[in-house]
Write a protein that binds this ligand. Structure first.
Ligand code: SF4
Ligand code: SF4
Length: 105
């Protein structure tokens, strides 16, 4: 068999939202983008997008500003690690639950 023929035998797919189910429920830490520090957001230029590039689940949009789909973001923190501007903070989900509870009172 020629080497080129292997390409027809290999199953592969690109990562995309929902490939692993609704992984947002796994999240303990939520990535939050500070738009004042995010490079494309503050310069209005299509630059950087490391968060989009490195997110293993493909849940960050390549838009200005970048938007994270929390339905599927599992909170791995890779985007925060790879952000050159330090614009992404990983915040405990419990913090947002407290906020929601405060709204109910
Ligand atoms: S990696 Fe950081 S600076 Fe770059 S687009 Fe994402 S949030 Fe903005
Ligand atoms: S924490 Fe960041 S890299 Fe990880 S799944 Fe969520 S958006 Fe993607």
């Amino acid at each position: 068999m020629k080497q080129d023929d292997f390409s027809t035998l290999i199953s592969r797919s690109d990562p995309g939202p929902g490939d692993g189910g609704r992984t947002g429920s796994w999240r303990v830490l939520r990535p939050v983008i500070d738009l004042g520090a995010c490079i494309p957001s503050k310069t209005n230029k299509r630059a950087c997008f490391n968060c989009w590039f490195y997110c293993p689940d493909g849940v960050v949009s390549k838009t200005i500003p970048p938007v994270i789909d929390y339905e599927y973001c599992k909170g791995c923190g890779i985007c925060a690690e790879e952000c050159p501007a330090g614009a992404i903070s990983m915040i405990e989900e419990a913090h947002f639950m407290e906020e929601k509870n405060d709204e109910c009172i």
